[in-house]
Write a protein that binds this ligand. Structure first.
Ligand SMILES: Cc1cc2nc3c(=O)[nH]c(=O)nc-3n(C[C@H](O)[C@H](O)[C@H](O)COP(=O)(O)OP(=O)(O)OC[C@H]3O[C@@H](n4cnc5c(N)ncnc54)[C@H](O)[C@@H]3O)c2cc1C
Ligand SMILES: NC(=O)c1ccc[n+]([C@@H]2O[C@H](COP(=O)([O-])OP(=O)(O)OC[C@H]3O[C@@H](n4cnc5c(N)ncnc54)[C@H](O)[C@@H]3O)[C@@H](O)[C@H]2O)c1
Length: 460
């Protein structure tokens, strides 16, 4: 059995930089990965989807520019080129990580599936065959999530797609049914609709994006409906069957049940932790009732010397959060600091078009907590930059503490919403009150300048 100072399981957004930093600090380190360097973000998540979304946006702009006096005829979607471009981007990102690993002294990358076979002992089923047992003084778990597949009668017989397998389909679906209206459902839904698919999104709840405020969800629904995306709320699939050509989904809404035909089904009903095959009980690592690893604010698990980073610990599952977990753990383990995840900013951006950039509390969060707030909203059709560029869809919203004037949260559903919300995040970080943004001088005409208008609106 080979012994290491540190063993990292999973080459995700935390495990990848952490393994290098541990090795660079002089610790003999092993990184175990069962698939590809870079984990979900690089290989099946952020990068490939955002590359394809860029193609979808180009198609949409080409089709919708006549109002700007530019008409493009004969727009063709070359799906093979779109996929090849995405593959090249993934290959290059993964390649540069692999190069980084190869050039790191004290780091050994082992490709295989890991599970605990002792308190600090890990058995790896090697991808090349055979197995290897290693032990680690310190162990870091960064194994991420996998799609949840709902238990619907017939689902195993229909060759459904997930967010991973849909990235490699050969042809654009004729009619794509998407189960789930979260980030994955909406991003892929709009993307394939823009590529030419008929898209239906089905959601059991009373509205899409139920963790966002109702007005934001309603605005997104309107935008998607304008793009002819069908959204079925309060509805669920109760059974799947297939004939030679099509997949039949039995859909139940209230007491009514009807069957509809689709060419493809995408399952986007959430993601579950990759802890089921890790045998964490052997190591004494506690899990919560959903299978996520329980950690404290320094990301230590219930087993001494074992840490959990990224999506696997539950909570917000985003690349930048996982990367920040790496910062916290590296600061504590290598630089002997006392860093924690407590109170950190947790922004995110959903890459539909227009983007939904988010930071902090929603209005609903603040009202549920009984806070005394002012809520500022504007529609983008009153923003100069949006009018000039023809990007008038969407709205902006900020929740402000009435007494202190501090910004508690914001939603920017707009062209470059992810960038604009970052300005509001900086204001929150710096304790800059809303009136400073209302009266701040921002270059005209920028999207940033719309923050003047937002905070000049009449609050409710
Ligand atoms: C379609 C999609 C789009 C997304 N888009 C965005 C986005 O735009 N922005 C954003 O912030 N986030 C996005 N996310 C989420 C983001 O990808 C994750 O939050 C991010 O990758 C962080 O994951 P992680 O570091 O926890 O682990 P991951 O990146 O999931 O890595 C875990 C790694 O562990 C490996 N592994 C698992 N079990 C074992 C084992 N037993 N042995 C060895 N190796 C193992 C896996 O193969 C994987 O490589 C997206 C996710 C998906 C699915
Ligand atoms: N832009 C981004 O940052 C980005 C993009 C994609 C994914 N992600 C990450 O991936 C995670 C997973 O995304 P997701 O969209 O799969 O999950 P999600 O949790 O965001 O949404 C799942 C949706 O599926 C619905 N649902 C549950 N069971 C269903 C069923 N049987 N039929 C139909 N609908 C059902 C839920 O009500 C919910 O609306 C996100 O939490 C996010 O962290 C992030």
């Amino acid at each position: 059995m080979k012994h290491y100072d540190a063993v990292v399981i999973g080459s995700g957004q935390a495990g990848t930089p952490l393994s290098r930093k541990l090795a660079q600090s002089g610790k003999k380190t092993a990184l175990i990965e069962r698939r590809f360097a870079g984990g979900t973000c690089v290989n099946d998540g952020c990068s490939p989807t955002k590359a394809m979304i860029a193609s979808a946006k180009a198609a949409w702009v080409a089709r919708n520019s006549s109002k700007l006096g530019v008409s493009a005829s004969d727009i063709k979607i070359d799906f093979e080129t779109i996929r090849d471009r995405k593959d090249e981007i993934v290959k290059s990102m993964r390649g540069s990580l692999e190069k980084g690993f190869a050039g790191t002294e004290n780091l050994e990358v082992i490709y295989g599936d890991a599970h605990f076979s002792g308190e600090k002992e890990i058995t790896i089923s090697l991808n090349d065959g055979g197995s290897e047992v290693v032990s680690g003084e310190l162990i870091f778990i960064n194994t991420g999530l996998s799609p949840v597949i709902p238990d619907i009668p017939g689902i195993q017989e229909i060759h459904y797609l997930t967010s991973t397998s849909i990235l490699d389909i050969e042809d654009i679906p004729e009619h794509l049914l998407i189960l789930g209206s979260g980030y994955i459902g909406l991003e892929f839904g709009q993307m394939f609709s823009r590529f030419g698919s008929k898209v239906t999104i089905i959601e059991p709840s009373e509205r899409i994006m139920k963790h966002e405020d109702e007005d934001i969800a309603a605005e997104i629904t309107k935008i998607l409906a304008e793009e002819n995306i069908e959204i079925l709320i309060n509805s669920k699939v109760t059974a799947f069957t297939r004939n030679e050509e099509k997949i039949l989904a039995k859909i139940k809404k209230h007491d009514q049940e009807h069957s509809f035909e689709y060419s493809h089904i995408l399952i986007a009903t959430g993601r579950k932790p990759n802890t089921d095959r890790l045998s964490l009980d052997v190591a004494g690592v506690e899990l919560d009732d959903k299978g996520f690893i329980v950690v404290n604010d320094s990301l230590e698990t219930s087993a001494k010397g074992i840490y959990a980073l990224g999506d696997i610990k539950g909570g917000m599952a985003f690349t930048h959060i996982s990367y920040d977990d790496y910062r916290v753990v590296a600061a504590n383990v290598i630089d002997k600091k006392q860093s924690t995840i407590k109170g950190r900013q947790q922004p995110y951006c959903m890459f539909i078009d227009p983007q939904l950039g988010r930071i902090g509390m929603t209005e609903q969060d603040a009202r549920d907590e009984g806070l005394d707030i002012d809520v500022y909203t504007i529609k983008n059709d009153s923003v100069a930059r949006s009018i000039e560029t023809g990007n008038t869809r969407g709205m902006m919203k900020a929740v402000v503490d009435k007494k202190s004037g501090k910004i508690l949260g914001a939603a920017v559903l707009a062209e470059q919403g992810g960038e604009v919300v970052t300005i509001l995040e900086l204001a929150i970080m710096g304790g800059i009150t809303f009136d400073k943004l209302r009266d701040g001088i921002f270059a005209h005409p920028t999207y940033a300048e719309s923050l003047n208008n937002l905070f000049m609106s009449k609050p409710h």
